[in-house]
Design a protein around this ligand. Structure first.
Ligand SMILES: [Zn+2]
Length: 439
C-alpha cells in the first residue's frame, strides 16, 4: 500500500546525496578511535557525539549525553552480554535523543556506534584515513563502512521525516554509542539507561540486506605445555628427562580441530539458513617456540568460535559452546599419552553474544513494504560476525535488525569506502520503514 508521503520521502532521499556525503565526511573527520585504555583516548568520540546531538536537536529531538559508570554497569551485569572489565567512559559519552510522536503509535530505535578501530599502517591507505576523501561517488575513510555511513543514513532519514512533517504517532529514539569495537558496553549503557522501543534498526553495514541474525563469537587460547630440549640431538623419552616438542602437540590439536570443523559443516545445529558459513573453530593466531635450535617448550593456539542464538546459555552468552569445545579438546588429547597426562588448558578471552528476530516479525514486514515502494531489492541475510543487536533485542525488549550501507567485508580494512547511492538507498528505506512503523 502506498502512503501519501511515500513519494515525498523518496524524492527527499534521492536529493540528499550531497547532504549524506557531507555528513559522512564530517563524521569520518572526528578521529573517534576506540581505546581500551581511556588515558590514550582522544576527544574524537566526544566531539562526534556532540555534533550528532546538535543535528538531532535541530530536528526536534530532546537529547542527552552522558558518561556511564563502567564499574557500576559491570557490577550489575557481570557475565551478561556487553559487561566488560576495565572500561572507562570518561570523556567518551553516549548520546540518546527522542522525538515524540503524536501518541499511540509504535516507536522505533535507531542505533549505531561511532567508535572506529585504529587505521593501521598509513602506507596501506590510498587516502588519509580521517580525511573523508570523496572520489566520484565513493567516500573513503576509517569508519566509512563500519559504521559512520550507517549513522549518517539514519540521521538524515530522521531529518527528512521531520522536514517533511510526516505524521508519526510513535516516537523515534536515536542513540549512538562508543565502545562497540571492544565489547559492547556502550550499548549496554544505552539499554540500562532505559532507552527502548517497539523495534530497532542497527545500521551496521549489511549491503542493505535486512539482517535479523548475527553470530555470537568466542575467542579462546589453547595452551600446550611441552618440554624444551636440543632440536638436533637424539631425544630421550620424556619420563627420562627428554623433550616434548610443543609444535608437534600443536599440529595434533590443529588436525583435530580440522576434523571437528568438517563435522560441523553439515551439522544442522551449527548451521542457519540465513548464514553463509557454518559455525567453525577458526585458528587465527599461533605462537610456539623459544629458540631456532630448541624443541618448542610451549605452544599457544588462538581460536575464534562462532555460535548461534539457539546455542546460548541461561545468561544469554556462549557458555554451552565453551564447554563443548573444551570437551572436544579434552577427548582428542586422550589419544596422546603425553597430552592425556598434561591436558591442554583453554583460557577464554572474549564472549560476544548473538540474537535473532523472527523473520515474520512485523518490523521485517515494514522493511519489505518499504523496499518495494523504494523499488529496491529486499533481501534477508545473516551476519557472520557479532553486532550489538542482542543487547537491545534481549535486554531492552526491542527486537532489533541490522540494516546498513556498504560491503561488510570492508570493515576494519584500509581504504574502506561507501558509495553515495548506497547511503541514499539506506536513508530512503529507513525513512519509509519508519513512516509505516510509527504511523
Ligand atoms: Zn561496527
Amino acid at each position: 500500500m502506498r502512503d501519501e508521503f511515500d513519494q515525498r520521502i523518496i524524492d527527499a532521499a534521492d536529493s540528499s546525496g550531497s547532504r549524506l556525503a557531507q555528513t559522512l565526511q564530517d563524521l569520518i573527520r572526528f578521529e573517534s578511535v576506540v581505546m581500551s585504555d581511556p588515558t590514550k583516548a582522544g576527544p574524537g568520540e566526544r566531539l562526534c557525539q556532540e555534533y550528532l546531538g546538535r543535528r538531532l536537536a535541530a530536528s526536534a529531538f530532546t537529547t542527552e549525553l552522558w558518561e556511564p559508570d563502567a564499574e557500576a554497569l559491570l557490577r550489575k551485569y557481570a557475565g551478561k552480554p556487553g559487561a566488560q572489565r576495565n572500561r572507562n567512559f570518561t570523556g567518551r559519552p553516549i548520546l540518546a535523543g527522542t522525538r515524540q510522536g503524536s501518541g499511540g503509535g509504535k516507536s522505533i530505535l535507531l542505533t549505531g556506534h561511532i567508535d572506529v578501530v585504529p587505521p593501521g599502517e598509513p602506507t596501506h591507505w590510498a587516502y588519509p584515513p580521517f580525511a573523508g576523501t570523496q572520489v566520484e561517488d565513493k567516500i573513503y575513510g576509517r569508519g566509512a563502512v563500519d559504521m559512520k555511513g550507517g549513522v549518517a543514513s539514519m540521521l538524515v532519514a530522521a531529518e527528512i521525516l521531520h522536514e517533511l512533517q510526516v505524521p508519526l504517532s510513535g516516537a523515534i529514539v536515536f542513540s549512538t554509542v562508543v565502545d562497540e569495537e571492544i565489547g559492547g558496553m556502550g550499548t549496554l549503557a544505552m539499554a540500562d539507561r532505559g532507552y527502548h522501543a517497539d523495534a530497532g534498526i542497527l545500521t551496521e553495514p549489511t549491503s542493505n540486506r535486512v539482517t535479523p541474525l548475527c553470530h555470537g563469537i568466542l575467542w579462546g587460547k589453547i595452551i600446550l605445555d611441552g618440554i624444551g630440549g636440543h632440536a638436533e640431538l637424539a631425544p630421550r623419552h620424556w619420563d627420562q628427562g627428554g623433550p616434548i616438542d610443543a609444535i608437534g602437540l600443536m599440529r595434533f590439536i590443529l588436525a583435530g580441530i580440522d576434523v571437528i570443523n568438517e563435522r560441523w559443516r553439515t551439522d544442522p545445529r551449527k548451521n542457519h539458513a540465513l548464514m553463509e558459513l557454518p559455525n567453525q573453530i577458526i585458528v587465527t593466531q599461533v605462537k610456539a617456540g623459544e629458540h631456532p635450535s630448541s624443541a618448542a617448550g610451549r605452544a599457544e593456539i588462538i581460536i575464534d568460535v562462532q555460535y548461534l542464538p539457539h546455542e546460548k546459555d541461561a545468561a544469554g552468552v556462549g557458555g554451552n559452546v565453551k564447554r563443548e569445545v573444551e570437551e572436544h579438546i579434552a577427548r582428542m588429547s586422550q589419544v596422546d599419552p603425553w597430552l592425556a597426562q598434561h591436558p591442554p588448558r583453554i583460557e577464554w578471552i572474549l564472549d560476544a553474544d548473538c540474537a535473532e528476530v523472527a523473520i515474520d516479525h512485523p518490523i521485517i514486514g515494514a522493511f519489505r513494504e518499504a523496499s518495494k515502494q523504494a523499488s529496491q531489492p529486499f533481501q534477508l541475510w545473516g551476519m557472520g560476525a557479532h553486532t550489538d543487536m542482542g543487547i537491545p533485542t534481549d535486554l531492552a525488549s526491542t527486537p532489533t535488525v541490522n540494516f546498513g550501507p556498504g560491503d561488510p567485508s570492508q570493515a576494519h580494512q584500509p581504504n574502506e569506502s561507501v558509495t553515495v547511492p548506497d547511503l541514499i538507498a539506506t536513508t530512503k528505506i529507513i525513512a519509509l520503514t519508519i513512516a509505516r512503523w510509527c504511523r
